[in-house]
Design a protein. Structure first.
Length: 444
């Protein structure tokens, strides 16, 4: 493949390669790998929901202490998304993805040997750091390797890996826990995550948009290697940047740009939307199995409910992603989120018939997680390349303060005597508010 003259601008080239050209196998590979990494991420973070009862029994921990373990993992994800993910706009998406996988994998393996509440809290926080940075970085990479028409679907499909991994905790737990206990779950998750770090090192390319705009060392050689893998003509020289560099050339400036004129209103709306949705989603992601058990159902029934909640998310994400190619993304997301609040009220008002509760849980997961993953696509489409990882990272990070609050508050409410139905009523409120706010973002 011979070198060709550089196009007029990097924006022109990216449009030709990514947006206007036929999608290549390399682009599909990037999306598939990001889904796989997100699955491992989802398994690592939500495994605690499956092992919570066993950990509590062995370490003699009450529900409020278990709630703290949930919340510190999510606090780590918040800090990782806000403090580490924006570094991907400086060092590149690829390096951040690899580093995040390594950090998470090591922390998860060490969690298998935790013997006290303090050790659990520290290790879950560290694993959350890596997971939060990974979520934002791979959503950004997926967006930047997807044609404009399919960008929303690509980001939602990648984000779908998280509930898919959470769903696998129920399946894997049924095989591992009878023989290896709760520690076996963390050994398995940590080993799988470190394996994915090796896969990322070998197969994940850097973002073309990042290479063109940041111009790191050997940028031309790296661009040409990627173009060759995409089946495109290589370049004799780097093209001109497609816009004036402006602000956003370092980490602090990138963060300040989120609140600059032109981004401020949408940024604040997104932050509050993520906060409301995270608080309810992670209440459910953390407490579905323990609440089912405390309501008189078996541990197997709790795992089954958790499985269905996350299985239905896959269908919800696919339906929303396909629909987003025809209808306004923010309106779809808002509808899914608001209806998920209605399904929570239905669940709370229903009689304690297991099959009925499982069916409503399936619907709840379809709507709530389908709509929530669509928020990642809303965030990805709300910011330009120079601050995209920063924008997504801060949406996830500040939003995860809701994920920290939700499980912890639920733990204290349970300890004070509230039952499962009462908790579902309480947490339907922030989800309904999140739906209303998502409608206000007005993103196509």
């Amino acid at each position: 493949m011979s070198d060709t003259a550089a196009p007029a601008s990097s924006a022109t080239l990216v449009a030709q390669v990514i947006d206007d050209g036929k999608a290549s196998g390399q682009q599909f590979l990037v999306i598939a790998l990001c889904v796989l990494f997100n699955m491992v991420d989802g398994f690592d973070i939500t495994a605690m929901a499956i092992v919570a009862t066993s950990v509590g029994d062995e370490l003699n921990l009450e529900p409020d202490k278990i709630g703290l373990i949930f919340s510190f993992a999510l606090a780590g994800m918040m800090v990782g998304a806000m403090g580490l993910a924006p570094i991907a706009d400086i060092i590149g998406r690829r390096k951040m993805i690899i580093a995040s996988l390594v950090l998470t994998g090591v922390a998860i393996v060490l969690t298998a040997n935790a013997a006290s509440l303090t050790e659990f809290i520290v290790l879950r926080f560290v694993s959350g750091l890596g997971a939060g940075a990974l979520l934002a970085s791979q959503a950004t990479l997926a967006a930047e390797y997807s044609p404009e028409k399919w960008r929303a679907m690509a980001v939602t499909v990648v984000t779908m890996g998280y509930p898919a991994g959470a769903m696998m905790t129920s399946v894997v737990g049924g095989y591992i826990m009878p023989d290896y206990g709760w520690r076996g779950m963390f050994w398995f998750g940590g080993a799988a995550t470190l394996l994915m770090a090796v896969v990322a090192l070998l197969l994940i390319p850097e973002s073309l948009k990042y290479l063109f705009e940041r111009r790191p060392d050997n940028a031309l050689q790296r661009v040409n290697r990627i173009l060759a893998r995409l089946g495109k003509e290589t370049l004799a020289a780097m093209p001109a940047v497609g816009h004036s560099p402006g602000p956003g050339r370092n980490l602090l400036q990138n963060m300040l740009m989120l609140l600059a004129t032109g981004h401020r209103a949408k940024t604040l709306t997104l932050w509050l939307t993520f906060f409301m949705c995270f608080s309810t989603l992670y209440f459910l992601m953390s407490w579905i199995p323990p609440l089912m058990e405390r309501s008189g159902f078996s541990a197997e029934a709790g795992r089954h409910a958790f499985f269905l909640f996350n299985l239905s998310a896959i269908f919800g994400v696919v339906v929303l992603g396909i629909a987003a190619t025809r209808w306004k993304l923010s309106n779809l997301v808002a509808s899914f989120l608001f209806l998920s609040a209605v399904s929570m009220i239905w669940f709370a008002a229903s009689p304690g018939i297991l099959n009925l509760l499982l069916a409503i849980t399936f619907l709840m997961g379809f709507l709530q997680q389908g709509g929530f993953t669509g928020l990642y696509a809303v965030a990805a489409k709300s910011y330009p390349t120079a601050i995209r990882s920063t924008g997504i990272g801060w949406c996830i990070g500040l939003g995860r303060s809701g994920a920290v609050v939700g499980p912890a508050v639920a733990g204290y409410l349970i300890a004070s005597g509230l039952d499962m139905s009462s908790l579902y009523y309480v947490f339907a409120v922030p989800m309904a508010i999140g739906g209303i706010l998502a409608w206000r973002t007005q993103v196509r």
